[in-house]
Design a protein around this ligand. Structure first.
Ligand code: SF4
Length: 216
């Protein structure tokens, strides 16, 4: 089409290719039990990139992230951080539902990590928000625990994170509600300050070393 930006066209091509690969992926045993792979979705220009654990039942049926009860709670939390779903990006460590919602296995996370790395390269967010322990440990290291570092910024290897409880944690512990809401308000303040410090600043997220298989 005349006047179409070739960079944008190339981005769309790579994005479509990645989604297609994920949808037909057979790299790990989760491919045998999924209904649909859930690549993730959101804004191409997202500044904030949320990474949960794995799709649940509703996500598996819809092929979309965070559409179940935890997703609805997530949508209610986002405005506390001054965000809406359409302007962020949301995905998971693994793109296919583990049977009976069991935790994803290390080998499955490893098998799927290349997709996450490619998503980070394409979106190039300024801040990655690991949701819950699984994502936190994958990005910043095994020694970190979400109960210790939630709701505060964390720099690791030149990349910037803001870990939060996974929204589903509320269903196991109602007492977390207040803390989760406070964390979103902290995220709002943090985003305001670091975006105004570096307006239009460099987008730094490419491939976190941990996801490239580095041991820590
Ligand atoms: S979880 Fe990831 S690696 Fe495993 S089959 Fe799904 S897309 Fe492929």
């Amino acid at each position: 089409m005349q006047g179409e930006n070739p960079v944008s066209r190339e981005w769309e091509r790579r994005w479509a290719e990645l989604k297609e690969e994920i949808s037909h992926c057979l790299r790990c045993p989760l491919s045998q039990t999924r209904t649909n792979a859930v690549p993730g979705e959101g804004s191409r220009g997202a500044v904030v990139f949320f990474v949960g654990e794995a799709p649940g039942e509703k996500e598996d049926l819809a092929g979309r992230p965070f559409v179940g009860p935890a997703g609805r709670y997530f949508d209610r939390l986002l405005p506390l951080a001054g965000l809406i779903r359409e302007e962020v990006f949301v995905t998971g460590l693994v793109k296919c539902r583990p049977p009976q919602n069991r935790n994803p296995r290390a080998a499955e996370i490893r098998a799927c990590s290349e997709y996450l790395c490619r998503q980070l390269e394409l979106i190039a967010p300024r801040l990655v928000v690991p949701l819950g322990n699984f994502a936190l440990k994958e990005f910043v290291g095994k020694k970190f625990s979400i109960t210790q570092v939630h709701g505060q910024p964390l720099d690791k290897d030149g990349l910037r994170y803001f870990p939060l409880f996974h929204p589903a944690a509320l269903f196991y512990n109602e007492k977390l509600r207040q803390e989760m809401e406070k964390d979103m308000e902290s995220l709002r303040r943090y985003l305001r300050s670091f975006l105004s410090e570096q307006p239009g600043g460099k987008r730094t997220h490419t491939r976190p070393r941990s996801l490239k298989g580095d041991t820590r």
